[in-house]
Ligand binder design. Structure first.
Ligand SMILES: Nc1ncnc2c1ncn2[C@@H]1O[C@H](COP(=O)(O)OP(=O)(O)O)[C@@H](O)[C@H]1O
Ligand SMILES: Cc1cn([C@H]2C[C@H](O)[C@@H](COP(=O)(O)O)O2)c(=O)[nH]c1=O
Length: 238
């Protein structure tokens, strides 16, 4: 029985890696599949994993109709047993409905991969529809971590190094590694080209808006005292 599975998690938890692995495993057993992606960080028509793997894919755009995509391939004799759908949070609710129909009426497995919520903790409309329609929502086993070591559950956005909670829902970007993470100096800030980045945080530090950079700053200011960033915040220290 074909299934619609939504593999979900925060940014940087291995979704694209798993998408490429699943494609490889199914293909290795002779199944025919089509890979789709949308606004991948590495550019159009590609699925890229931070582990270094990258494979071509069909770019999903506003007019993409998944039902037509499958019918067109099957009528030219191609085998379509499954679809890999990366960056699925960016698909429209209507496209998610098309995917459900492809599963139910054409017996095609759909493996979709995406983040559920945006930098304001709000569901992406496409992800919401996946949660509503999927046979299974599977949370990835590999956990992205917050700087404090807890499991990261939220995606924070930074602009020039500062966490923000307002802005466009879709801004393609990457998580910064610890080494790159710093608030820009006033000289580096170019108001016409703000640098947008992301950081995965636990809920506690998302709610208190403490990124790795903020925590480091507080730690360095407070070197002479026993340091507990959460206690500092709780008591209103800056
Ligand atoms: N140099 C590396 N060595 C080992 N694992 C890495 C390396 N770089 C990235 N990763 C792993 O890749 C994961 C990110 O994978 P990716 O598929 O790009 O994530 P997602 O699609 O969920 O954003 C990280 O959580 C980490 O486990
Ligand atoms: C939280 C959030 C993320 N995005 C973008 C940033 C990346 O381009 C993708 C997520 O890709 P990943 O492979 O899961 O790392 O989504 C966005 O546009 N808006 C957001 O709020």
């Amino acid at each position: 029985m074909a299934e619609l599975i939504f593999f979900s998690g925060t940014m940087d938890c291995g979704k694209s890696t798993l998408a490429l692995q699943m494609d490889y495993n199914h293909r290795a057993r002779g199944r025919g599949g089509v890979r789709f992606s949308c606004n991948d960080r590495a550019g159009g028509s590609v699925i890229s994993s931070r582990l270094g793997l990258q494979t071509d894919a069909v770019e999903v755009i506003d007019t993409t109709d998944f039902w037509d995509e499958v019918v067109r391939r099957r009528t030219t004799g191609l085998k379509v047993d499954y679809l890999i759908c990366d960056e699925a949070q960016f698909y429209s609710p209507g496209q998610v409905e098309q995917l459900a129909r492809v599963v139910d009426e054409m017996g095609v497995d759909v493996f979709a991969f995406g983040i559920t919520s945006d930098f304001r903790t709000r569901l992406f409309p496409g992800s919401q529809r996946f949660v509503e329609l999927a046979d299974r929502v599977q949370v990835l086993q590999v956990e992205a971590l917050c700087w404090c070591g807890r499991r990261a559950t939220h995606n924070a956005r930074t602009v020039d190094g500062i966490m923000v909670v307002e802005g466009e829902q879709v801004v393609v970007g990457d998580v910064a590694r610890d080494a790159d993470r710093a608030e820009a100096t006033p000289e580096q800030v170019d108001a016409s080209h703000p640098v947008v980045g992301y950081e995965t945080l636990c809920r506690r530090h998302y709610m208190r808006r403490v990124t790795a950079h903020g925590a480091n700053l507080m730690a360095s200011r407070d070197q002479l005292l026993p340091f507990d960033v959460d206690a500092c915040l709780w008591h209103g220290a800056s």
